[in-house]
Design a binder for this molecule. Structure first.
Ligand code: ATP
Ligand code: SF4
Ligand code: MG
Length: 330
């Protein structure tokens, strides 16, 4: 049986602002197994980063608040942890690569210092042992001459190499779970591909479970085992990579796939999804995709659809899957 590392149950996160309360994450549920890569995809502002920050215990409170739900990591609910207990697992058992590349590395410290900082905080190991481990990690992420490189500063590395170092820092304490928030967005296509290969290699070697956050389905096609599609603070479809790419069911998922460049289609055939997501200050009671959905029915805006299981791993929230709607559109 597959070992469950993480269970996120009905997670809800709000932010109180001058304009009102933003319902950033509105009941997200998923799980993650050992050695698995789950990709979370969706448009800007749909709640991907807030979900991952909530898992890491990094929601600034206030203005943020986890108003409901559980984040069960290795059997323990992290939402009930004290800050000091959370700090013990952050960077050690659960590690994160942040979306903002500017804040990822400290320009005033050598990369050797940055690599060994977490190691020396969490494990009582000597300077020499920490240095040996740092060299090992740099080699693992494909940086040559590691002993000389340890004494250099971030600006002495290219963008792709800096991202490799960020990955090395995230993995040096051998975490069980790695959350990577848009890890390749700032990189050019060739380097992106290399970094994705690196994730795959490292996962094979270490068995780390990965949550990969991206708005780019092209990235997901390479390394995800399962894909969760988020829209306006909810997961509206989740399934294996095959199910999402070949049997997409939610109209939004289909729209996302149609807006991704594919080798077998000429560029003119791409169809961006018309319209914009709803205001998260006052999201509709029903399906948040209603205003953009070509199949929207009266009920859609009023009542949220019950999740339909299409297979063991494939679930979708859409009224079209209700028996009573079958045949209406074909
Ligand atoms: N600190 C904050 N204060 C107020 N609102 C916030 C805060 N952080 C996030 N939000 C809101 O929460 C919602 C979800 O944001 P989030 O950053 O998770 O989006 P995202 O899916 O990661 O988007 P992107 O692809 O642009 O990174 C957005 O409406 C955003 O404005
Ligand atoms: S629930 Fe209705 S509006 Fe939402 S995606 Fe399905 S058909 Fe479209
Ligand atoms: Mg984000």
């Amino acid at each position: 049986m597959e070992e469950k590392i993480l269970q996120v149950e009905d997670l809800q996160v709000t932010f109180t602002t001058f304009g009102g309360v933003v319902q950033a994450v509105r009941g997200v549920t998923f799980d993650l197994h050992k050695g698995e890569t789950l990709a979370i995809v969706g448009e800007s502002g749909c709640g991907k980063s807030v979900t991952s920050n909530a898992i890491m215990g990094l929601i600034p409170q206030p203005p943020g608040k986890i108003t409901n739900g559980k984040v069960v990591f290795k059997g323990k609910d992290l939402t009930s942890f004290k800050k000091s207990d959370l700090r013990k697992i952050q960077g050690l058992d659960v590690s994160m690569i942040f979306q903002d590349p500017m804040t990822a590395l400290n320009p005033t410290m050598t990369i050797g210092e940055q690599l060994t900082e977490g190691l020396r905080t969490h494990h009582k190991i000597s300077r020499v042992e920490a240095k040996t481990k740092a060299i090992e990690m740099l080699l693992l992420v494909g940086i040559s001459n590691p002993s000389e490189r340890l004494n250099q500063y971030p600006h002495q590395f290219s963008g792709g190499m800096r991202q490799r170092i960020v990955i090395a820092i995230a993995l040096i304490c051998e975490p069980t779970l790695l959350i990577a928030d848009e890890p390749t967005t700032a990189l050019d296509v060739t380097i992106q591909a290399q970094i994705l290969e690196l994730f795959e290699e490292i996962q094979k070697k270490t068995g780390v479970s990965i949550i990969l956050i991206t708005h780019d389905l092209g990235v997901v096609a390479k390394i995800a085992d399962r894909i969760a599609v988020m829209y306006a603070g909810k997961i509206i479809e989740i399934g294996t990579k095959r199910e999402i790419f070949y049997e997409p069911t939610h109209p939004y998922t289909k729209g996302l796939l149609n807006s991704v460049p594919r080798l077998d289609l000429v560029e003119e055939e791409l169809e961006p999804i018309e319209g914009t997501p709803p205001d998260l200050f006052a999201p509709p009671a029903g399906c948040a995709f209603t205003a953009r959905c070509p199949y929207a029915m009266e009920v859609c805006n009023l009542v949220y659809p019950v999740a339909t299981s299409l297979s063991e791993k494939h679930k979708v929230d859409c009224w079209l899957q209700d028996e009573r709607a079958k045949g209406l559109f074909n």
